[in-house]
Design a protein around this ligand. Structure first.
Ligand code: SF4
Length: 211
């Protein structure tokens, strides 16, 4: 291992220890290829799975992998009408395994996520039997304050640009604490503990992934 790889590994172990103190679990994958294998362990044929919008999951080829594994992938974009989409969202909230990334994670294992529709943070906090979070080590922040700043000044502006939203951060490249109709920062979820031991599992990846 190079010194940089060793440092990433060491930091991941620190985060994982923090997660375990909070009733969550974690593992470290040095590469995207290793992470694909790790995600594959949770793709159990016949189970219902869903995911939140995530560049990291996209880079992992998650949707294709879930379908290839024989999972029942609940796809909110497959709905033909708003009513149908509402039904799919209800099913997603009680699926077997929900996959997502995180906007940030502190060195001591606190997850920070912001959401507009809040389907993603709802599933993280309640509903699915299991939640699997995949995150590049670039999402690790020293403490809660810097994790929130990361979510607001890195993740949210980039997501607004990606989604073509009309928000100040999409033009300024930083948060302007807006309340615009397109604002994606409607609610903040700070996950400092899981009541159910092991319900939330985090796969940390030793690469720069997502925003
Ligand atoms: S609050 Fe508004 S300006 Fe700030 S990151 Fe969120 S969408 Fe962008």
């Amino acid at each position: 291992m190079t010194p940089l790889e060793q440092t990433r590994f060491n930091l991941a172990q620190t985060v994982i220890k923090g997660l375990e103190r909070r009733n969550m679990t974690g593992e470290y994958c040095a590469t995207l290829a290793d992470a694909k294998e790790a995600v594959g362990r949770f793709l159990i044929p016949g189970t219902s799975v869903a995911c939140g919008g995530s560049m990291t999951l996209g880079e992992l080829g998650f949707v294709e992998a879930a379908k290839a594994a024989g999972c029942n992938f609940l796809d909110r974009f497959a709905a033909a009408t708003p009513e149908e989409q509402k039904e799919i969202f209800k099913e997603i909230l009680f699926c077997d395994t929900y996959f997502m990334s995180t906007n940030a994670i502190t060195q001591d294992g606190v997850l920070v996520n912001i959401d507009g529709n809040c389907n993603r943070i709802s599933a993280l906090s309640f509903g699915p039997e299991k939640v699997v979070v995949v995150a590049g080590m670039n999402k690790v922040a020293p403490d809660l304050d810097s994790a929130v700043k990361r979510a607001r000044n890195s993740a949210a502006p980039a997501n607004c640009v990606r989604l073509g939203l009309n928000t100040p951060c999409a033009k300024l490249g930083k948060c302007a604490d807006c309340s615009s109709p397109d604002c994606i920062c409607c609610q903040f979820l700070i996950t400092r503990r899981s009541r159910t031991k092991g319900r939330i599992h985090i796969i940390l990846i030793g690469e720069e992934l997502g925003y």
